[in-house]
Write a protein that binds this ligand. Sequence first.
Ligand code: HAM
Length: 423
Amino acid sequence: MAIQRPKGTQDLLPGAVEQWQYLEETIRSVCREYGYEEIRTPIFEATELFQRGVGQTTDIVQKEMYTFLDKGDRSMTLRPEGTASVCRAYVENKLHGQPQPVKLYYMGPMFRYERPQSGRFRQFHQFGVEVLGADQPLVDAEVISLVWNLYQRLGLTKLEVHVNSVGCPVCRAKHREQLQEFLALRRNELCDDCRDRFETNPLRILDCKNQSCQTITKGAPTTLDTLCENCKTHFEKVQDLLEEAGVVYRVDSRLVRGIDYYTKTAFEVMVEEIGAQSAICGGGRYDGLVEEIGGPPTPGIGFAMGIERVLTALQVQHKLPEGKPRLYAMLIALGEKAQSKGFSLLSALRVQGMPVSMDLQGRNLKAQLKAANRQGAHYALILGEEELERNVVLIRDLTLGEQTEVPLAEAVETLNEKYRRGV
Ligand code: HAM
């Protein structure tokens, strides 16, 4: 039996790849405009980084990591997300010694052993941003407005931006206590997972998809109810700045992120049209993470978006540029001699930056013309034995059906001039 790709992964074929490139290029230009620089970290890291960074009680660490022992018996994990790696790199490369904040972005594959379904993969791709070394509300607002402006640039509509504050360790402890008190009497009615979460991470109960847990948590105290003065002022300032920046958002006191490192601001962007996995972006502040993984106390904030989900939203909303880039000219060489002469003409055209191609199988004129049309070529450059003898090449405009003859020595210049004029 033929071998198949692993469940939850995708092959990206020509046609789809161009859409990825379009999105990646748009992302890169928005990052440049905001002054973010790219960082590339390893695809696998010491397992402990994610245990400490993402958090022992999270679904990611408990159920979803691709963990293996390498040949030296070290436990390694394919990265399930990018934030912990970026913080590790910040500490390891002493980026805290540079002018702060450090504004970084990354794009690449992440791995989570989840149940694959529409919009949920085991290998998926994220574009993410992390700002390290600044705790001002202005940074939170800049990061969220970057997301917003990227989506505006892409033409995405029907976005729902949800913003919340989960507080700092001080107000979180108070919330935890109040929440446990609220849930104590009905603790036994919670689902199995939430009964465990009651002790380990009660905040996550607010995010449970189970119907009975949702009923039980109706009216439960939210993190907004217990914010300390400092966190409250911070959150209010973030909201003022978001309004200033023209971001349309709503405060969602039930927004709980699935990762443990968050403090203060947390946010998500949803597009309902793309189905159950509607979160196209998630992020927030994580002021304790760098210290948690062994670095100096450093505030941080960032987000990551699922490239596959953003592309689905763009598809559903018909906002993707059409099709593959067109070939400018197809060289049709007939006979062996013409082929080698044509081959050097092709190289000369490529040096000038023109996308050109030729038949590599020695097919006849009709078959080659058909291939040129199929690939959307603007011109066919025909070089047969007779043309070769007279040192000319035929330039046939495939759209107009017109044909001119030019000396071989002038072919590059003639075509280059047409190409620059866009004809
Ligand atoms: P996250 O919410 O786990 O956050 O993931 C961010 C985004 O990645 C999601 O909103 C979704 O679009 C996409 N995503 C997650 N899992 C999958 C999957 N299995 N298949 C397809 N797409 C998926 C983080 O990863 C944090 N590191 C974000 C962050 C950065 N927070 C602060 N800085």
